[in-house]
Design a protein around this ligand. Sequence first.
Ligand code: UD1
Length: 417
Amino acid sequence: MEKLAIDGGAPLNGEVAISGAKNAALPILCAGLLTAEALHIGNVPHLRDVTTMLSLLGQMGMSISVNEKLGVELRAANIHHPEAPYEMVKTMRASVLVLGPLAARFGEARVSLPGGCAIGLRPVDQHLKGLQAMGATITMDHGYMIVRAPRLKGVRICMDLVTVTGTENLMMAATLAEGETVIENAAREPEITDLAACLTAMGANIQGAGSDKITIQGVAKLHGAHHRVMPDRIETGTFLVAAAVTRGNVRVTGARPTTLDAVLDKLREAGVKIESGDDWISIAPNGKLQSVNLRTAPYPAFPTDMQAQFVALNSVADGTGVVNETIFENRFMHVQELRRLGADIEVEGNTAIVKGVPHLDGATVMATDLRASASLVIAGLVARGTTIVDRIYHLDRGYEAIEEKLSRLGARIRRVS
Ligand code: UD1
């Protein structure tokens, strides 16, 4: 099993280019199911989750070609197997994003129930409730959700809670439904706006994406299109936190600063200097690093996918930071591992109280999920001595060539078997 070995203490300096967003690429790849014509997608990040999604789509009968410039061409002219098997869904929960497109275009889908995952229960009841309201019938069969639908019908759907992939699934389903669908209490994440832009380029009629009310007028057919995936705001934020804790001067390029307001505000509060332009952000030290209090919540509030990285930041900052996680019930597994490096963190329910310590000491730690892994890498970059991060397959799911990008910024990091 591959690991990362990090010799801490080197400040990060220089420029790093941000990759396409994982959480935008995954639904956009699924949007390829909505048309028989070719969908060309650019700036697709080279990640394990993307490879998993492509092999899932390939198994269904999608023809796929990938070029060396991170471009993918999809053609769903011959989908013979509208199914997402357990083996795929258990490794990548986002596989459930095929549900809406399959139901809308083919009137049938067989998708494994995701079950629990490392960071919590994560049910899909809202996805199903929406599809049912649009006229689909859903039955359960040996751990699979079987969706059958004649042509879906537009309806008004009020989501009980804000769900990102739930909103995406229903928005995709509604593009081919008969009549108007209104999704109330929709998620407002920038990745939803990016998906809507792709669907619009394919001929969909969508208003309000990025707000909590999305209105979709169904059309009979979608067509081929070209779309470029937006930059990854979580990768951007992760590099900024890594720069902040190592007291480095870093400029991230190819980013979209307007998608990171809450994260940039917290970084400024932590005592770093942030400047930004249309597609870049620079960060520099500005006095001592200060702990910050934060609370995760749906966009535009502070993202749960940046929580673990800020727990690592607070671990080495001045003072005590209170971190409240409101999205997932079990998302503090990095805490145990950070403690192994000497961090002083107490967890009470969904709150972590992090007392900054003068230094962390390298140790072997285990990655438990994607963003937890990122927090361990960040901690390793400042810890004294060597930190070994084990089980980095979690990291490879969502960060493109992270050790190469960090090395180019001056980190002493290498991948070892
Ligand atoms: C997406 C992101 C993930 C991010 C999360 C929250 C992708 C591929 N993944 O995950 O990186 O951490 O948003 O920003 O985009 N819930 C229900 N019923 C449902 C659906 C969700 O109860 O039908 C609950 C979940 O258990 C969770 C909360 O709603 O507590 C939010 O989950 P959701 O927004 O759906 O997360 P994902 O879309 O899975």
